[in-house]
Design a protein around this ligand. Structure first.
Ligand SMILES: [Mg+2]
Length: 190
């Protein structure tokens, strides 16, 4: 039986940090490195932007497209999602991206032929019922664990900008997530 897999994009499938750092270095002659991103507030801590609204004002427009248009997928992400799709699972994309990023996000998904059955642009991911969730944002992992933890498996994709969360399972890479889905599938179909 196929499971509903609620999959976040940025920080999970799409390498948002490498994307904005590369664009920032190119634009401002800076020398930021990916290893410097170690907190949720890094875009402000590492740049000249005074706050996140100022960062987003820059990130949303690079010659007519946003920073979300040309991100690289993380290693293993697409292969694993394709394998899970072939295995009969429903991939439900759950992303909290702002309204101005919707079309660039859909373009990015199309470019990469990301297998999926639905997409929700929402800050309230727990309102979308799934069997397994995979997210990297501290606030979303926490909310999903609190709201859906008794009915679903909530996974934290371990990144430098998040911490262990009560009720969430730690996932370190896409192979580990693939194994977790297979294990859950066996439990459900037994
Ligand atoms: Mg994310």
């Amino acid at each position: 039986m196929g499971l509903r897999l609620g999959i976040d994009l940025d920080g999970v499938v799409a390498d948002f940090n490498t994307g904005w750092i590369t664009a920032y270095n190119d634009r401002f002659g800076a020398d930021l490195a990916l290893e410097m991103v170690n907190s949720w507030d890094s875009p402000v801590e590492l740049t000249h932007f005074p706050d996140m609204p100022a960062f987003w004002a820059w990130a949303r427009d690079h010659g007519g497209v946003s920073v979300f248009r040309y991100l690289e997928p993380y290693p293993g992400a697409l292969d694993t999602l394709q394998a899970l799709d072939r295995a009969g699972h429903d991939i439900i994309i759950l992303t909290a991206k702002p309204a101005w990023a919707v079309h660039d996000t859909l373009g990015w998904i199309s470019d990469h032929r990301l297998p999926m059955r639905a997409i929700h642009f929402t800050e309230h991911k727990h309102t979308v019922a799934c069997d397994i969730y995979l997210d990297d944002a501290p606030e979303h992992v926490r909310a999903l664990a609190n709201q859906r933890g008794s009915a679903a498996t909530v996974c934290r994709f371990v990144r430098p900008w998040n911490d262990p969360t009560d009720g969430a399972v730690d996932i370190h890479d896409w192979d580990e997530f693939h194994e977790l889905v297979k294990d859950r599938e066996e439990v459900v179909t037994r």
